[in-house]
Design a protein around this ligand. Structure first.
Ligand code: NAD
Length: 359
């Protein structure tokens, strides 16, 4: 099978880490006989410098023509003073919109090799952490209208609108249940239905979608309780299904407790391909161009791309196993531990690729 992947390295460490992810993709497909064609396009600050826009039309066209999009990161202090429509981040929001990506999937996995980095108590960390937050990405209070800051009775008031339609909830719930079917078949749906009408509708629609997935165990949890349970015992969770606002907060919390920003991948998906895969961290301008970045979040995003974007689970597993094997002996500076050999970004990419070749 031949598939096309559009590479969007972006800014800062983006080019360094995407190059390592590409090595892993090539090594894995070389083992299975599938082939990949790579296209390249500009996004973020580098796109603004070259074209005056953080998301040129050619980039949108190249993404739409591909089977999956593989993104590094965007941004940097040199673009901080640009107007909002020219800022690098606008490129990411724009490409999500152009591709109709309404679902964000963020796994939080505590690899046994990195248990020491976990922020939780050792006895809690020992129970393990392997969950995925499935977050709605294009609705909720972040986009709801009306919204404004106005003067009422002589003082300013700000307001936003929390709003979800049945269809918006249904389609993200389907992604949540489909994701659970490929994992441990448990969905925990997060809401605040004791006080919010939006949440009451959320719960009603999720219950309806659940009827199509009799094998999946569904529970509902208030968001405040979920925030607490995530630090008390994250091992209880498989798929956390959330709206945009609650998911924004819980996915960062879940990521933070694993303790290593450079290790966490993500996927953004819509109803049709291509989906977009990227590490959760930013462009790390403080270490860009120094061969210091940890490429493993990007390499694990490449594994998600194979599994969810191209339906090539064999390659995905090969990449994930190679990452674990690499971590047993080698570390980049951000996750360095005694007894391991410290390597740079490029070396780590080579080591993972060589474990894939040997697998
Ligand atoms: P950041 O994630 O880039 O960096 C935070 C800290 O983590 C830095 O000290 C950095 O060196 C370190 N770090 C991040 N990734 C690492 C890796 N792979 N290996 C080793 N260390 C790593 O966040 P920030 O500093 O708040 O933002 C920097 C720029 O990135 C800003 O312009 C911001 O807007 C942008 N940003 C982009 C995205 C994205 O492209 N999706 C996401 C977040 C931030």
């Amino acid at each position: 099978m031949n598939k096309t992947i559009c590479l969007l390295p972006g800014d800062g460490i983006g080019t360094e880490i995407v190059a390592q992810g590409k090595k892993a993709l090539e090594a894995a497909t070389a083992r299975t006989g599938n082939t990949l064609t790579f296209t390249h396009a500009l996004i973020g600050g580098c796109a603004y410098e070259a074209t005056g826009s953080p998301l040129p039309q050619e980039t949108i066209d190249a993404c739409k023509a591909s089977d999956a999009v593989f993104l590094g990161a965007v941004g940097g202090p040199q673009w901080d003073s640009l107007s909002p429509d020219k800022r690098p981040e606008k490129g990411i929001l724009g490409i999500r919109k152009a591709l109709g990506l309404f679902a964000n999937l963020r796994p939080a996995l505590l690899l046994p090799e990195l248990a020491g980095a976990c922020l939780l108590r050792a006895d809690t960390a020992q129970k393990g952490l392997d969950l995925i937050v499935v977050r709605e990405l294009t609705g909720d209070i972040y986009f709801g209208e009306p919204r404004d800051i106005v003067v009422r009775d002589g003082q300013k008031v700000g307001y936003n609108t929390m709003i979800y339609s049945e269809e918006e909830i249904r389609r993200i719930a389907v992604i949540g249940f489909e994701t659970a079917m490929k994992r441990r078949k448990r969905v925990c749906s997060i809401d605040k239905s004791n006080v919010l009408e939006t949440s009451r509708l959320w719960r009603e629609v999720v219950n309806n979608v659940a009827k199509d997935y009799p094998e999946v165990a569904l529970e509902h949890m208030y968001v405040d309780n979920a925030a607490m349970q995530l630090v008390r015992d994250p091992s209880q969770f498989d798929v956390l299904l959330t709206g945009n606002l609650f998911g924004d907060i819980l996915s960062d919390e879940a990521a933070a407790i694993t303790g290593s920003l450079g290790m966490l991948p993500s996927a953004s998906m819509g109803s049709s391909s291509p989906a977009l895969f990227e590490p959760i961290h930013g462009s790390a301008p403080d270490i860009a161009g120094q061969n210091k970045a940890n490429p493993l979040a990007t390499i694990l995003s490449a594994a998600m791309l194979m599994r969810l974007g191209l339906n090539m689970p064999e390659e995905a597993l090969m990449i994930e196993k190679a990452v674990s094997a690499a971590l047993a002996g080698y570390r980049t500076a951000d996750i360095m531990e005694e007894g391991k050999k410290q390597v740079g970004c490029e070396e780590m990419g080579d080591i993972v690729a060589s474990f894939i070749e040997k697998a």
